[in-house]
Design a protein around this ligand. Structure first.
Ligand code: NAD
Length: 315
């Protein structure tokens, strides 16, 4: 099997990807600067084919080995993180992506960029297909993340068209599962933390804004099958089942059998009203679709992560 470089491999999704690739008998070089990830996410991996390297990808990246796949996931991903690290977020999307595309070019490796549904901004089109160009505010506080990913997509296509690098782009929609950080500000870990402690669940706005939630195992399966395909254009990977934030809060209370109540707080700036992937391209090209329903995924998250981690006691 091949050698895979995973940037952001000590993060939430990166750590699941490393495990999955090792399970397929790949060698995995996990690169991370632990800015938002943690060694706790990978400490259970006991495999001689796994190698962790502490590298900041905005600096020079030197990998002596031959490489077959570069999975480029490194980037702050939750609003709490990218609002705290605006310049770093822009640098990871620009310098970091440039360095990793350089590695893929030099090694003749297949490259996968982890992009995001946030490239669509607050969409005027619903559900979002890959052909929709988006509606993004470049100068709002969230612009650092959205524009970094849009720039990273443009650079990936330029390396493909001008330099002949074998590239792919996955547009990831909201994903959840074990190893999300309890305090990372995203809806599912926040609701789980609050519900497991019988605290009020804080819903922004009136809770009518929608999201779709993909379980981590489904997403990783989609990412790997895209990397192993010959597709070059962006592919949405996410769960098309759409829920309002209010429905999500009620489901979390149900799954955790919590005594929590729901309270409402003001909407954050530029928070999208609707978010739902059209996954026709993933179905057609990869034969991929998600299999884990929200209720089941939440139960698996609680079982695998454990209550202590979900309430932040070991964050
Ligand atoms: P995460 O914060 O858990 O993981 C990101 C990882 O990147 C962390 O381990 C962090 O330390 C590392 N990193 C950041 N800057 C780095 C640098 N300069 N050098 C090396 N490592 C660096 O986030 P995640 O949720 O696992 O997201 C992973 C990727 O998926 C991101 O690119 C994100 O934009 C994308 N994504 C995630 C979601 C989601 O719902 N989780 C949705 C859309 C897109």
């Amino acid at each position: 099997m091949g050698t895979c470089v995973v940037t952001g491999g000590a993060g939430f999704l990166g750590s699941h990807l490393c495990e999955h690739l090792l399970g397929q008998d790949h060698r995995v070089i996990c690169i991370d600067n632990l800015e938002t990830g943690s060694l706790q996410n990978i400490e259970h991996i006991r495999d001689s084919a796994f190698d962790f390297r502490y590298i900041d990808i905005t600096e020079t990246v030197d990998i002596p080995e031959d490489v077959d796949f570069v999975y480029h996931l490194a980037s702050p991903a939750s609003p709490i993180d990218y609002l705290r690290l605006p310049l770093h977020t822009l640098k990871v999307g620009s310098h970091g992506t440039h360095h990793m595309l350089g590695v893929a070019k030099f090694k003749r490796a297949r490259f996968l960029l982890a992009s995001t549904s946030e490239v669509y901004g607050d969409p005027e089109v619903h559900p979002q297909t890959e052909d929709y160009w988006g509606h993004v505010n470049p100068i709002g506080p969230r612009g650092v993340y959205d524009e970094a990913k849009r720039y990273a997509e443009a650079m990936t296509m330029a390396y493909h068209r001008q330099q002949g690098v074998d590239t792919s782009i996955v547009r990831i929609f909201n994903t959840y599962g074990p190893r999300m950080r309890a305090n990372d500000g995203r809806a599912i870990p926040t609701f789980l933390r609050q519900a497991l402690q019988d605290q009020n669940l804080t819903v922004f706005g009136d809770g009518s804004q929608t999201r779709s939630f993909c379980y981590a195992d489904d997403l990783i399966r989609g990412i790997v099958s895209l990397a192993e395909s010959d597709a070059h254009m962006p592919v949405n990977i996410g769960n098309p089942n759409e829920f309002t934030l209010l429905e999500l809060a009620k489901t979390v209370i149900d799954v955790t059998e919590s005594r929590s109540e729901i309270i409402f707080e003001p909407l954050p700036v530029d928070d999208p009203q609707q978010r739902q992937p059209d996954i026709s391209r993933a179905r057609d090209l990869l034969g991929w679709e998600p299999t884990v329903e929200l209720h089941d995924g939440l139960q698996r998250t609680i079982k695998q992560a454990g209550v202590e981690r979900l309430v932040g006691a070991s964050d």
